[in-house]
Write a protein that binds this ligand. Structure first.
Ligand code: PRP
Length: 180
């Protein structure tokens, strides 16, 4: 793994902070007068969800769901299963599903179908990052922070092999071996 390093910064802290604030304002306006359950998808969305809920001014509840991971590969296996479920029923609840990134769309597609079957009052999808070129299944994204090209990114919750989640900005992944 020593050949994998943090590469060029793609999205800086200020750009991310401004975008999260903008999303928070938009979400607060859209859900005005209502309560909202924000569901973060572990682990990648934990940083984004933590920042986003602090920019939302309507009453917010917070829960998390965990699904199977890519593991050490950088491409999805297409297999999604729930590793940790929500703590309470979402029947009759306004739910906002929050992801760090929509790549193939398989994770959000699976979670959307799964959560819709539980009878929420409404379900919307929010992703900080969107890689539209990578989509294998269409998912309706209601809130998107940034559209980015098909490059592996880390930081602000996103990892490679468990590393780099703590970076405050989003960076490209640099593989020294590929430069040779
Ligand atoms: C990443 C990311 C999304 C998913 C998006 O999770 O956090 O959940 O992949 O990819 P997709 O659109 O191709 O499904 P990952 O499986 O790496 O787990 P993590 O959140 O724990 O890092």
């Amino acid at each position: 793994m020593s050949d994998v390093q943090m590469g060029r910064e793609l999205l800086g802290e200020t750009a991310i902070r401004d975008k999260v604030a903008q999303l928070g304002r938009q979400i607060s306006a859209d859900y005005r007068g209502q309560e909202l359950l924000v569901v973060g998808v572990l682990k990648g969305a934990v940083i984004f969800a933590a920042d986003l809920v602090r920019q939302i001014t309507v009453p917010v509840y917070l829960d998390f769901i965990a699904v199977s991971s890519y593991g050490k590969a950088t491409r999805t296996s297409g297999v999604v299963r729930i590793l940790k479920d929500l703590e309470e029923s979402i029947a009759g609840v306004h739910v906002l599903l929050v992801e760090d990134i929509a790549d193939t769309g398989l994770t959000l597609h699976y979670l959307r179908e799964n959560l819709l079957a539980r009878g929420p009052r409404s379900l919307k999808l929010c992703a900080l990052l969107d890689k539209p070129d990578c989509r294998r299944v269409e998912v309706p994204l209601d809130y998107v922070g940034f559209q980015i090209p098909d490059q592996f990114v880390v930081g602000y919750g996103l990892d490679f092999d468990g590393r780099f989640r703590n970076l405050p900005a989003v960076h490209l992944l640099s593989r020294e071996a590929e430069k040779k």
